[in-house]
Ligand binder design. Structure first.
Ligand code: ATP
Ligand code: MG
Length: 481
């Protein structure tokens, strides 16, 4: 790619860049905007984080800039790292500008924390992870807008290539997080990883062990939020990182055949479901539910001469596996996890429904169990139909449409989504003079079943009548008041 000079000049034509350039000129310092921000100019991606590199102290330059900006700026310095940050608000614009002095890094084997010394711009570019992330634009007056691209980063941007600036074995071994970043960028930007770079990831994959779970999940989250998240997981599998960071997902791979009968490969099926969900929803946690919906399959797989391959209760087993996976991967152990568990546990229900005659009472039960997450559950289930058999797909989707129609009808009739029973335990105890005990629970659940079955409406009077009849059948009489 020929650097588009006009694009660069247009982009730099902002008061903040002019001011940084002026301050640097006054200090007689070479100064560049570098890294992701420059890459994103050429990719036409919006970007708010600006990285500035200068020769000498980045902190001094940040201090000088903050002094010029006055009240509009907030300066933080990190002396241990030799970096500083200026936060700056102008009208409705909010910018975060990081300052660092150009540095040279050398690594020891057991840590991703390098020994750092002052260096040249070229040294600083050498320590960057990929050629497309090493581009720099000069902000000094004499060289305003000059692109410094020592590794052919522009050509790689043009061709859509992820490649390390130096020997990839050194780059990845120095900081193995870069392996995750390579795959994340390939997924986010829909780029290819250059073969030598990819081969080096495979050779260095075991080095991932020195990277914290938090950093790994950060990258996985960015993969999950991409347009076609499967791309990242296929790359993770091909370079052998997947079993190291996500063994349960890796275990879905493969097809076993007994007596000439095979089952589908649950890894590729899962990825197809994930992409289907990603097409329909931006909800990251719905995407996690898609990724994990069949995670219980390897543990429940059986071969039966009559039935063939079965995965009985894989949804419940999967639901139970989720807290362990979330804890280990440092995903949040909160209502997001509960939501993923719920969807995984329920993901077979609409499918079973769609295979049968769709009765009102089955739809009511589904609505009661799914509550507010019913629409997400339906998206997951429709996405789960990945069969190649067109007739089968059509039959399922038609039946799902029927389930959806019934869901709408029933919801209008009685609000089951967030149903509260019209009778409470206290009323039962009072009426029959009972302490908290099993019969109370039995009467309550009989009332719930009757409402879900459509035998009685979700209202107090009919429910009270039903309570009296149920209790009578159990040999209980109301006590006189
Ligand atoms: P994004 O902001 O989308 O995550 P980015 O490329 O801007 O992408 P940042 O983490 O913001 O990534 O880092 C800014 C720049 O710092 C990168 O473009 C790259 O030049 C450099 N960088 C970040 N992390 C690393 C790393 N682990 N190894 C080498 N260089 C890195
Ligand atoms: Mg960034």
């Amino acid at each position: 790619m020929q650097a588009d000079n006009q694009l660069i000049l247009d982009h730099l034509d902002q008061p903040i860049f002019r001011l940084i350039g002026e301050v640097a000129d006054a200090m007689n310092r070479p100064c560049f905007v570098i890294g992701g921000y420059v890459r994103d100019i050429f990719l036409h991606r919006p970007s708010k984080d600006i990285d500035i590199v200068t020769l000498g102290s980045g902190i001094e330059l940040a201090e000088a800039l903050a002094a010029r900006l006055g009240k509009r700026a907030h300066l933080s310095t990190f002396r241990n790292f030799g970096t500083a940050q200026v936060k700056y608000n102008r009208r409705d614009e909010h910018l975060e500008i990081e300052f660092v002095g150009a540095r040279k890094e050398s690594y020891s084997h057991d840590s991703r924390k390098p020994v750092v010394e002052d260096g040249t711009l070229q040294d600083d570019q050498n320590r960057r992870d990929f050629t497309i992330n090493a581009l720099a634009l000069c902000l000094n007056h004499d060289r305003w807008g000059e692109l410094v691209d020592p590794f052919g980063g522009m050509a790689d941007l043009e061709r859509g290539i992820i490649r390390t600036p130096l020997d990839p074995d050194v780059t990845f071994s120095d900081d193995p997080l870069r392996m995750m970043r390579a795959i994340r960028f390939a997924t986010q930007l829909n780029f290819q990883i250059e073969p030598e770079t990819f081969a080096a990831i495979e050779r260095n994959c075991s080095r991932i062990e020195i990277i914290s779970k938090e950093r790994i999940i950060d990258e996985l989250g960015k993969i999950m939020r991409s347009d076609i998240p499967s791309k990242g997981f296929i790359l993770l599998d091909e370079c052998k990182l997947l079993p190291l960071i996500f063994p349960e997902l890796s275990a879905l791979k493969g097809v076993e055949t007994v007596e000439g009968r095979g089952h589908k490969d649950n890894f590729y099926h899962t990825l197809a479901v994930l992409d289907n969900v990603a097409l329909r929803s931006q909800n990251e946690w719905l995407r996690w539910a898609a990724l994990l919906h069949d995670i219980g399959k390897p543990r429940t797989k059986r071969y039966d001469a009559r039935l063939g391959w079965t995965f009985h209760n894989h949804n419940y087993v999967g639901e139970k596996m989720i807290p362990g996976i979330f804890r280990r991967m440092k995903l949040p152990l909160n209502d997001k996890m509960k939501y993923v568990q719920k969807l995984v546990g329920l993901h077979m229900r609409p499918i079973v429904l769609a295979e049968e005659v769709v009765t009102d009472s089955a739809v009511r039960r589904l609505l009661f169990d799914a509550g507010d997450d019913i629409d997400d559950l339906m998206i997951l289930c429709e996405s789960d139909i990945t069969s190649k058999n067109r007739e089968k797909v059509k039959r399922f989707l038609d039946n799902f449409e029927l389930v959806r129609t019934k869901l709408r009808e029933i919801e209008e009739k009685d609000s089951i989504r967030n149903m509260k029973l019209p009778i409470r335990g206290e009323e039962i105890m009072e009426t029959f003079g009972l302490p908290p005990s099993r019969p109370v629970g039995e009467i309550l659940s009989a009332i719930k079943e009757a409402i879900l079955d459509g035998k009685i409406p979700n209202e107090h009077e009919p429910a009270r009548q039903f309570m009296l009849e149920t209790a009578a059948a159990m040999g209980l009489q109301p006590v006189a008041k």
